[in-house]
Design a protein around this ligand. Structure first.
Ligand code: SIN
Ligand code: CO
Length: 365
């Protein structure tokens, strides 16, 4: 898909890429109206941003009414479009040269002439693919990331652009986390942001300790049978400290703990993602019959990862045997199984598939 890595943004950093015609003759898979319709839904995250000089306003969706198209300097953003549209999902999956564990979502912005979200930085890696019309990007590797106080969105206080690119449909700009940027529509335009999570170690560390709290096992209780009368009643006793330190130091984090934590954490769908359980689910026997004819595929919303014997799906983990693992890793990589592959599924796996089908995690192809 990507070709001609022309015009690497030189000067400030080696990690910014401006790829002309990354997708030659690119046709936006969603029309303007389809994007507007998504913004009007209450199960889809959207925002409307309007600018009036130095003043910015932000309204959260559902957005029933948008400003007139002729009005300048407004933009509307729809998050997670890949969760609701097959073509958007297919486009996002073109980026699977980056592991799924890093994948965030596809956001689409529509902007009227002069519209944008202001100079800011993001906390993830992002590919900014121009889908329709033109957008002028100004970018900077500046270290000063201080923000204007009291704004409803992140606006850099001292944005000092170092480079500038005008992107046409099919052109793409890659920016690493914390890279200052500002994209302004030249005429009406649509931009697709393909985002990749770059979790902060602090966030991972805190979540890991919470995860470990559920599995820690420290039996026993403190006692001090030979206790002498205290000389300094308020002082923490040495014996208490040593004894508790001995117990706390028994806690060990294994690589398996970290693997299971990461798999569950990174396969957890966003809090705003809701699955649609099937209305009238087939019985297990009928489901297997239908699956053996038609095959199955993961729902667009399902996040599935694996590592060694561990399989992760939508925040849950399973330890799987060698035979089941072969099939389940194909499902995770291909996101579908045809009837030939399904013929090898064990009873346990078919039972899990039926449960996942009822929950809307996978569907009949
Ligand atoms: C936009 O598409 O207007 C905003 C994308 C971004 O700056 O991350
Ligand atoms: Co941004």
């Amino acid at each position: 898909m990507f070709c001609q890595a022309k015009g690497r943004g030189g000067g400030t950093s080696s990690s910014v890429y401006n790829v002309r015609q990354a997708i030659p003759a690119f046709q936006a898979p969603l029309t303007r109206q389809q994007v507007f319709d998504l913004a009007g839904r209450d199960d889809v995250e959207s925002r409307l941003i309007t600018q009036n000089g130095k003043d910015w306003k932000m309204e959260h969706g559902p957005l029933a009414k948008l400003p007139p198209l002729k009005q300048k300097e407004w933009t509307m953003l729809v998050q997670g479009v890949n969760l609701y549209d097959d073509a958007a999902d297919a486009l996002l999956r073109e980026f699977r040269f980056i592991p799924d564990a890093r994948l965030d979502d596809l956001m689409i912005s529509y902007a009227s002439d002069g519209g944008g979200v202001g100079p800011h930085f993001d906390s993830y890696d992002v590919f900014l693919l121009q889908a329709h019309g033109q957008r002028r990007w100004r970018i900077s590797a500046q270290k000063d990331l201080s923000l204007v106080d009291g704004m409803p969105l992140k606006i850099l206080k001292n944005f000092k652009p170092a480079e500038e690119f005008v992107l046409e449909p099919g052109d793409m700009l890659y920016l690493p986390p914390h890279y200052a940027h500002d994209g302004v529509a030249i005429g009406e335009c649509m931009t697709y942001s393909i985002g990749f999570r770059a979790p902060a170690f602090q966030e991972l560390g805190e979540a890991f300790l919470q995860f470990m709290a559920d599995s820690i096992d420290l039996p026993g209780r403190y006692a001090d049978p030979g206790l002498e009368p205290a000389k300094h009643s308020a002082e923490l006793p040495e014996q208490l400290l040593t004894r508790v330190a001995d117990e706390i130091n028994k806690m060990r984090f294994t690589d398996d703990d970290i693997t299971i934590f990461l798999g569950e954490y990174l396969s957890e769908p966003k809090a705003t993602t809701y699955f649609d359980p099937v209305d009238k689910p087939l019985t297990p026997a009928r489901f297997v019959q239908a699956a053996n004819k038609r095959g199955i595929r993961l729902s667009r919303k399902t996040r599935m990862l694996y590592r060694g014997k561990h399989l992760f799906i939508n925040g849950e983990s399973f330890a799987v045997g060698r035979a089941d693992k072969a099939l389940l890793t194909v499902l995770a990589d291909e996101r579908q199984l045809d009837k030939t592959a399904l013929a090898k599924a064990s009873k346990d796996v078919l039972e899990a598939f039926h449960n996942w089908y009822q929950d809307g995690w996978l569907e009949l192809a």
